[in-house]
Design a binder for this molecule. Structure first.
Ligand code: C2O
Ligand code: CU
Length: 511
């Protein structure tokens, strides 16, 4: 049987369900379970600890101020203790304003979608007083934070918060970086309806950018002014739900911002779409990638295109080296007649006022190199799909949909080479909770993603190798971040057993 190999489509023109528009030959049905088999030994790189930002000189007095934040409203810190950030977060129904003309009946945190930007400094304790005002259970997952598993929002550990009930999340993020939060119950619906937000953990001495701009990139599938029915079409089950409207910070029309020639900003990007991989370019300014899922990079790099799977983050340094208009462009595959063509959609514009000033240089903190050692464990994860009489398709990981038992058990400190073997046509952004990993580059854009990651794009019918150091003990979800795939079986768990004498990840001691 010929496997499916349809690219992800953005059906921008029409809102019809598109059911049957493509002749789907159906998923590959040949089951294959491969576990720990035939992996040759080599001295491949493995991830040691996350990069540690060297603490700056101790300054007993007030910490350096945080750069101005441009983006969704930030959460208010309700705790006067400078080492504690306490935030009330309430999930509830909300009419989300997408544009002048469209207001959709959706969900929001604290009455805003995206939810409030939660900001902490490395070393701060974060307390989230969560309340569920939805009419269904939910949890909050802190995507990318390597905290303890009982605070991770995993419904395998935490009983979901029932309507009208509360839960207090409490954690101390061990690394600075750009993270996000979202529900982990019926995530395909709750995220699409508006439950997602950014969480920033600032470096001890944040680099002196003129501003930090939060860009939460998403799409939504609208039918008129309603969110289209969920899982209603075969393409949605097969490829995940592709929206017909791109959103930036919750808004459809490309938002416009202001800046001045000579300024340098840090842009924090996250892709919160249910399924859409974004291919981005930035026109009209100089930029380079300075950070990713695991925080700042030791070696920032320049690129023309930024490939961003759902769940991933990028930090960019954007230098306004000339006046005029800056555009962040999302290059989208669109079906035009019989042809799939790439079309540019502007998702953010910045008007840069002329000043005649040359850009200044922002000094970035020194980041330690990623420590590499020897692999002591190997794992093969096979992704495929089978036809299902009820759901149409069920996704599988190592031959099982929603495996109940952990698919792997490692010891804390294990260096694990994982081969992610995608035997189906659609791509899978694989996400591992609780740990970071490195992607082994092999010349494809999906794997040319330096730094520490928690999400990696595995293209259709191909393999990607990652190296993870399992240094955070606990029960960790390992799943596809295409939320429909996760709901339809691509959801598993990995256990990391604690080892006496090893401590879980913790922030570096800051004097
Ligand atoms: Cu952002 Cu388990 O996910
Ligand atoms: Cu998937």
């Amino acid at each position: 049987m010929k496997p499916l190999y349809l690219p992800l489509l953005l059906l921008l023109a029409a809102c019809d369900d598109g059911g049957g528009a493509q002749a789907d030959p159906g998923p590959t049905a040949d089951a294959a379970i491969v576990a720990d088999a035939g992996v040759e030994e080599d001295a491949a790189p493995v991830v040691d600890a996350a990069p540690v930002v060297d603490a700056a000189e101790p300054d007993a007095a007030a910490p350096a101020p945080l750069p101005a934040l441009i983006g969704p409203a930030a959460a208010e810190d309700e705790d006067p203790d400078p080492k504690v950030v306490a935030v009330t977060l309430t999930a509830g129904r909300h009419a989300n304003t997408i544009s002048d003309r469209v207001e959709v009946d959706g969900y929001a945190y604290n009455g805003q979608s995206p939810g409030p930007v939660i900001q902490a400094r490395l070393g701060d304790e974060v307390v989230i007083r969560f309340r569920n005002d939805l009419d269904q259970p939910t949890t909050v997952h802190w995507h990318g934070l390597r905290i303890s598993d009982d605070m991770d929002g995993s419904p395998r550990i935490q009983a979901p918060v029932q309507p009208g009930e509360t839960f207090e999340y409490r954690f101390t993020p061990p690394e600075a970086g750009t993270y996000w939060y979202h529900p982990h119950v019926r995530a395909n619906e709750q995220v699409e309806l508006g439950l997602y937000g950014m969480l920033i953990v600032h470096e001890p001495e944040p680099p002196a950018f003129d501003a930090e701009r939060v860009l939460i990139l998403d799409d939504i599938l609208l039918q008129g002014d309603r969110v289209a029915a969920f899982m209603a079409t075969f393409p949605e089950r097969m490829h995940g739900r592709s929206g017909n409207t791109l959103l930036t910070n919750g808004v459809a029309v490309p938002p416009t911002g202001q800046a001045r020639e000579g300024q340098v900003e840090r842009w924090r990007l996250v892709n919160t779409a249910n399924a859409r991989t974004m291919s981005l370019s930035l026109e009209g300014a100089k930029f380079r990638v300075i950070g990713t899922d695991g925080g700042l990079l030791r070696d920032p790099y320049e690129t023309r295109r930024l490939l961003m799977a759902v769940g991933q983050r990028y930090d960019l340094e954007v230098t306004y080296d000339r006046p005029g208009t800056v555009e962040l462009v999302s290059h989208v595959l669109v079906l035009e007649g019989e042809d799939v063509v790439e079309r540019p959609f502007v998702v953010q514009t910045i008007d840069v006022a002329a000043t005649g000033e040359a850009p200044h240089t922002v000094t970035l903190p020194e980041v330690r190199p990623i420590q590499r050692g020897r692999t002591n464990e190997n794992a093969i994860l096979v992704f495929d799909a089978v036809q299902d009489p009820v759901e149409g398709v069920m996704w599988r990981i190592n031959g099982q949909s929603h495996p109940h038992d952990p698919i792997f058990t490692f010891q804390q400190g294990d260096y694990v080479r994982m081969i992610l073997d995608n035997r189906a046509g659609p791509e899978h952004p694989f996400h591992l909770h609780g740990q970071f990993f490195e992607i082994l580059p092999d010349g494809r854009p999906e794997t040319e993603q330096p730094g520490l990651k928690d999400t990696v794009l595995v293209p259709g019918l191909s393999r990607v190798t990652i190296f993870a150091r399992m240094d955070n003990p606990g029960q960790w979800m390992a799943h596809c971040h295409i939320l429909e795939h996760a709901e339809l079986g691509f959801m598993s768990e990995i256990v990391v057993e604690p080892v006496d004498g090893l401590s879980p990840p913790a922030p570096p001691a800051v004097p």
